[in-house]
Design a protein. Structure first.
Length: 163
């Protein structure tokens, strides 16, 4: 049995660069509180289980979104289309004043108009993982346009699928 903690000799910038080699989709995680609707761009999203239907998002423990999702115990994952780059930047902390009337109500949650997919989930588990919190949610509502071209993120840049 190995019980000693390994020495951390991994450079965080090198880890970020290596993980940036993995292309991912781009999502905006949203929730609703008495103070209003909230959203945050998140690329760390995954399917966990089909039975039961579980998904997971990873949020930085210092993000404002953690307390908002914990208060509601529900979140929505909006999968962005290739044309929603400005939305990704807006919810990543670079507000765009030209974006208006972004949300519509779906299953009691704020949903981005024009998203490729929407998954609404109730939080069923939280896992502390270093400087992030993994929020596992049981999916209770799904909407999807499988023909919508996805927005991708790779090596610090947004892009799309090639022809």
């Amino acid at each position: 049995m190995y019980d000693a903690a390994p020495e951390n000799s991994v450079d965080s910038r090198a880890l970020r660069q290596a993980c940036g080699c993995f292309a991912s989709g781009v999502t905006v995680v949203t929730t609703r509180t008495p103070q209003g609707d909230h959203g945050m761009t998140v690329s760390a999203f995954m399917s966990v289980s089909l039975d039961p239907p579980l998904i997971c998002v990873s949020l930085g423990v210092g993000s404002k979104m953690v307390s908002k999702v914990r208060a509601r115990q529900r979140y929505a994952v909006n999968v962005l289309t290739q044309s929603m780059r400005t939305h990704a930047l807006h919810f990543a902390g670079r507000p765009d004043e030209e974006l208006e009337d972004l949300f519509e109500d779906r299953h009691g949650m704020p949903a981005l108009r024009g998203a490729a997919a929407l998954l609404v989930a109730d939080v069923v588990n939280e896992v502390e993982a270093g400087d992030h919190l993994l929020l596992v949610g049981q999916v209770c509502h799904i909407e999807c346009d499988p023909t919508a071209p996805p927005l991708l993120y790779h090596a610090g840049q947004f892009g799309g699928l090639g022809a």
